[in-house]
Write a protein of this length. Structure first.
Length: 135
C-alpha cells in the first residue's frame, strides 16, 4: 500500500470517525428542514479554521450583546452525501447536535472520500422551525 493509499484510507477511518475528530450531524439537501428529511452523517465542523482565511463578504464574526459569535465554518463531510453549493432555491443545511444550523455557501475542495465546504451559520432556521431544536 502506498502512502497516498494510506492517507486516502485514513481520511474516512480517522477524520470522519466520531470517536476521533468527527461528530454526528443531520444533513438536509435543498434546505428541506423537517426532522425526518435529515440524513445522519459524520462530519468535522471547524469554526477556528476560518480564522486563517479571509472572511466571506458579510459572513465573518458578528457581535451579539457583547458576545462574539462565529458566523462561518469549514465542514468536512463524506462525499457520499452529495454536498452541493448550487441547489436552488435553498442551500443544503447541516445541523449539529446542539441545534446550530449551517447553510452551505460553496465547495472548497473534494477528494475521493471527503468534501470540504464553506458554510455560514443560519440561526433563523430554528426560529422558523422550533421542532428542529433538540428534544
Amino acid at each position: 500500500m502506498t502512502l497516498k493509499d494510506q492517507i486516502a484510507a485514513d481520511s474516512s477511518s480517522v477524520f470522519l470517525n466520531t470517536d476521533e475528530f468527527a461528530e454526528t450531524v443531520l444533513y438536509f439537501q435543498g434546505g428541506v428542514t423537517y426532522p425526518t428529511a435529515g440524513i445522519q452523517v459524520a462530519a468535522v465542523v471547524d469554526e477556528a479554521l476560518r480564522d486563517a482565511m479571509e472572511d466571506v463578504r458579510g459572513d465573518g464574526r458578528h457581535a451579539d450583546n457583547g458576545k462574539e459569535i462565529r458566523r462561518q465554518a469549514t465542514i468536512e463531510l463524506p462525499v457520499s452525501v452529495g454536498a452541493s453549493d448550487t441547489r436552488t432555491p435553498l442551500p443544503d443545511l447541516i445541523r449539529q447536535a446542539d441545534g446550530t444550523t449551517w447553510a452551505i455557501k460553496r465547495i472548497l475542495g473534494r477528494d475521493a472520500d471527503i468534501v470540504t465546504v464553506l458554510a455560514v451559520r443560519n440561526d433563523k432556521i430554528n426560529e422558523r422551525h422550533p421542532r428542529m431544536k433538540n428534544g
